[in-house]
Design a binder for this molecule. Sequence first.
Ligand SMILES: Nc1ncnc2c1ncn2[C@@H]1O[C@H](COP(=O)(O)OP(=O)(O)O)[C@@H](O)[C@H]1O
Ligand SMILES: [Mg+2]
Length: 259
Amino acid sequence: MSTEASGSGGASTATPPMIKAASVDKYFGDLHVLKNIDIEVPRGQVVVVLGPSGSGKSTLCRAINRLEPVDSGTIEVDGEPLPAEGKALAALRADVGMVFQQFNLFAHKSIVENVTLGPVKVRKVSQSEARTTAMELLERVGIADQADKYPAQLSGGQQQRAAIARALAMKPKVMLFDEPTSALDPEMVQEVLDTMTSLADEGMTMVVVTHEMGFARRAAHRVLFMADGEVVEDSTPGDFFSDPKTDRAKDFLGKILTH
Ligand SMILES: Nc1ncnc2c1ncn2[C@@H]1O[C@H](COP(=O)(O)OP(=O)(O)O)[C@@H](O)[C@H]1O
Ligand SMILES: [Mg+2]
């Protein structure tokens, strides 16, 4: 299909995947938690990662952000191998936004300060420009009226939307979400999923670990099912939910869809 263009039109030939993991292995002591992971995520793709507890989903996310170094193999973001340390690592962390189950906002800073801090420190944006962007982002996630409050004054859903705004303020290339709604009261889950869905619709490259199957069906382009540190299935949501291939996936879906 692809004709190796010679000379002309060079600019369009090599768009690297936004995330590429090749032969990645990770151990915690004797525990082999990521086993020969090979994944490519094209830009704009929304990947939902499913799997039982302990299967390595969080470790995979953390490895993409280099919160966890891997023992072998390579991970690249936008064609660049992950830097090990220093300024390059700080820049990587800005390019790869991460939202956790626990919101991890700075308790002693207001919501808008939480959102301006990174751009000012890491991206060297001026305070006034950072504030303008922060207010736009808070507007976008629906909590502009909470800008001057402290995290503890907000509901869990509002705090998680603030955490998303904070990550977006760095103008990331990729957003990783690790069970972003698992710590929320049920009535607040949807507002966070709606924020994530609109981000997906805007073309953000996203890796989302979640147990929200409705989100996976509606927003994901692709489902990765992990078990015991391996990617066991890699398919579309339609195929995964209607026709899982492995017993592990069938068992997982049986448990998660019947309660
Ligand atoms: N910092 C750590 N030290 C030792 N073992 C860990 C650490 N983090 C995770 N693990 C283990 O690695 C495995 C994968 O964990 P994790 O990636 O958190 O799985 P998941 O997110 O799918 O529940 C589990 O067996 C877990 O207990
Ligand atoms: Mg986890």
